[in-house]
Design a protein around this ligand. Sequence first.
Ligand code: COA
Length: 164
Amino acid sequence: MATRIGIYPGTFDPLTFGHLDIIKRSLTIVDKLIVCVAENFTKKLLLSPDVRKKIILSDTTTYLEKNTDISVDVISGLLANYAKKNNATCIIRGLRAVSDFEYEFQMTGMNYQLNPTIETIFLMSSDKYSFISSNFIKEVHILGGDVSKFVSKNTIDILDKKNI
Ligand code: COA
């Protein structure tokens, strides 16, 4: 049987336990998952693509089962082209609330126009993570709040160094 390759794209500035939950659940749908760290020109980001990639590698190794087929890549071009080049059949996205829907709907439509062979699959975020966003994590952390329920210890250490 053909290997089903999925792509989970995002900015991941930084990866949260909400993202990790989506990664874990995606692996019941696809055989191989490529987590794509977008350089992203539209958002003001705190961490470099390389640091964001390292956090994902470290957290997936720590929190997921050892036999999972996951790789992490930084992308600077179009996701639709990356998907084609890497024989991916689906893009995975997490939906937290109705407010995510409009943006996701537009992005899905655009990706489909650019590459009609790729389907986008949405997973509902688990209740306990539905209010998390990377921006809130950064804001709460810089203001001295405890974010240990939402991100790894490794991530907190990286944020600590950034916020000195
Ligand atoms: N749990 C908790 N938080 C979640 C979450 C989940 N399951 N899923 C998303 N989030 C949060 C993120 O932390 C992030 O928070 P922030 O806005 O405070 O940073 C927010 O939801 C959305 O982030 P993310 O899922 O990383 O998506 P994004 O909108 O930053 O990513 C790309 C968009 C990278 C997928 C898109 O820009 C892209 O594909 N870029 C490549 C270039 C391209 O092809 N562009 C054309 C697209 S049509």
